[in-house]
Design a protein around this ligand. Sequence first.
Ligand code: NAI
Length: 305
Amino acid sequence: MSDLGFDGRVAIVTGAGGGLGRAHSMLLASRGCLVVVNDIGGSMDGSSSGATTAEAVVEEIRSLGGEAVADQHSVTTAEGGQQIVQTALDSFGRVDVVVNNAGILQDKTFGSMTPDLLDPVLDVHLGGAFNVTRPAWAYMKDHQYGRVVFTSSSAGLFGNFGQSNYGAAKMGVVGLNHVLAQEGRKHGIKVNAIAPVAQTRMTKGLLGEVEELATPESVAPVVAYLAHEECPVSGHIFGVGAGRVSRVFVGMCAGWMSDDGQVTVEDVRDHFDEIEDTSDFTIPRRSSDQLKTMRREDGPARSES
Ligand code: NAI
């Protein structure tokens, strides 16, 4: 089979001055994609100026014969998102791909978590994905084509000690992923999410024995495939890192169903094992699939995207 190219396609990669975003940008550019390398050059907690620069990544891409422009707008405001998309339109005349990757950390255990540690994290991860994708969506809808990749995290999908703000933001992104998959379907727009594991400044000293294998470059090919015209799915989530790529999904178990629609507290207690049983499950494709499982005449609905 032939190699996957992006000739003439235009991608925005947010938070791409270092770490994963840099790897995504470099790979896309090496495949002929024109890339807007966005980054504010922030520190890891988003509070000050750090070492990551969009310009340096653009230089690297250009030195390898690729095409890219730098953009320094923050993803945290609607205006910033609009301006990032405008950079793509002004520089390259179109936008086909958005990779929402910008991120910060402000970890604390929940007892010490304060509102001032919630808002900045929600603003970058969830707000940022919303702010950048929305103006790009308008363009994609008009052109009946688009690819969006969100960056979620195992911290939200599975839980991680001390990351309630971050985990909530990363699960918010999953909600956006599922809803936009529905809304994009009739416009040729596909959206998917990754939960990466990679050795970056964010994970320094945390990855143990997989540290060496878990390079940002081992994540980027999955992002590139999801950003490609050939991407076969929408609304899916993939765990990616150190050479393993796996689908992650929200499933619904067969559970227990009362005969008459009535449920007592004791019913819940008495059937709790059945309710908890994960041996038989479906992967709902949309919200209404839950309703279908409640119909008596059909039995539990079966659906898979
Ligand atoms: P990183 O800190 O190297 O990259 C994040 C980038 O986002 C930085 O360059 C930063 O300047 C930029 N950024 C922060 N606020 C911004 C804003 N308001 N506007 C534009 N850019 C902004 O860290 P890494 O690891 O490369 O993270 C990339 C993404 O992957 C993040 O969303 C992170 O939460 C996610 N992630 C990373 C994991 C890992 O194992 N490294 C695990 C799970 C998720």
